[in-house]
Design a protein around this ligand. Structure first.
Ligand code: PXP
Length: 262
């Protein structure tokens, strides 16, 4: 039976800080609070344009995560600059994401098929440095297979389209959830660890947490938004509670244990 971990993404604490060019609110303080509230690890995306998290934030986050023995999941684009930063800090994990400067957020998964020649050597070098490498991909079997071929340890499935479809009450939500389930099963069969993230809120967390092969969720924007109303600690505790409820309900289903054995 696999426990479901919660990684809290604190990028948007830095977004609020940067809106005024002040030193507050401090994402490192948010990371400390998140860990105290039950987050298993911290996720931060150092974007090439540094629109939220800064190099100094990453340095400080690496220090506090190491001190507390908790994983830092460093999200970054596949560029020489980001590879050098990952190798300098040696976080527990590096999650490779696509990045386009004009996008508001990470809009789709990394294309592990078309990008194989560029991505594979980066995956190998990060892995050789002892960093667990995760590929942020769409829920697509061919992408999962290509991530395995590139040497990734983990695939993080992009849940953004599913979450948006649920929020907008679109009929394709069920099909998108089925894709997430199928890609999770395929990844697990290939021996990849399965994570999921993007756009998850209190409504969408349960169906995703119930996917038996998923062992980690990375959640940021919604939690930081909800922190305005209920506080960061309570928002994380509520999310954790919903994850645990979904997991407990699916443990009652014999198919869950069959899927998570091995
Ligand atoms: N996982 C990855 C790879 C991401 O790029 C992001 C967004 O930075 C998240 C998870 C968290 O998404 P959200 O902030 O929408 O919860």
């Amino acid at each position: 039976m696999k426990r479901l971990r919660l990684g809290v993404n604190i990028d948007h604490v830095a977004t609020v800080r940067n809106a005024r060019g002040e030193g507050y609110p401090d994402p490192v303080r948010a990371a400390e609070m998140a860990l105290a509230a039950g987050a298993d690890g911290i996720t931060a995306h150092l974007r090439e344009d540094r629109r939220h998290i800064s190099d100094t934030d990453i340095e400080a986050l690496a220090v506090i995560c190491r001190r507390r023995g908790r994983p830092l999941n460093f999200e970054c684009a596949v560029t020489p600059e980001m590879e050098a930063i990952a190798l300098a800090h040696r976080p527990h994990a590096a999650c490779l994401v696509p990045e386009r400067r004009e996008e508001v957020t990470t809009e789709g998964g990394l294309d592990m098929i078309r990008g194989a020649n560029t991505i594979t050597p980066v995956v190998r070098r990060l892995a050789a440095a002892g960093i667990r490498v995760s590929a942020f991909i769409d829920a697509d079997d061919a992408q999962v297979t290509a991530a395995k071929a590139a040497g990734a340890h983990v695939v993080e499935l992009h849940t953004g389209a599913y979450c948006q479809a649920v929020r907008e009450r679109l009929p394709q939500a069920e099909a998108l959830l089925r894709n997430l389930r199928a890609a999770s099963a395929h990844a697990s069969e290939l021996g990849l660890e399965v994570h999921a993230g993007h756009g998850i809120d209190f409504e969408t967390v349960k169906p995703i947490a119930a996917i038996p092969e998923v062992v980690e969720l990375n959640i940021g924007h919604f939690l930081i938004g909800e922190a305005i109303f209920m506080g960061l600690g309570p928002a994380i505790q509520r999310m954790r509670g919903l994850m645990d409820e979904a997991r407990a309900a699916s443990h009652a289903d014999p198919a869950f244990d069959r899927a998570t054995q091995g």
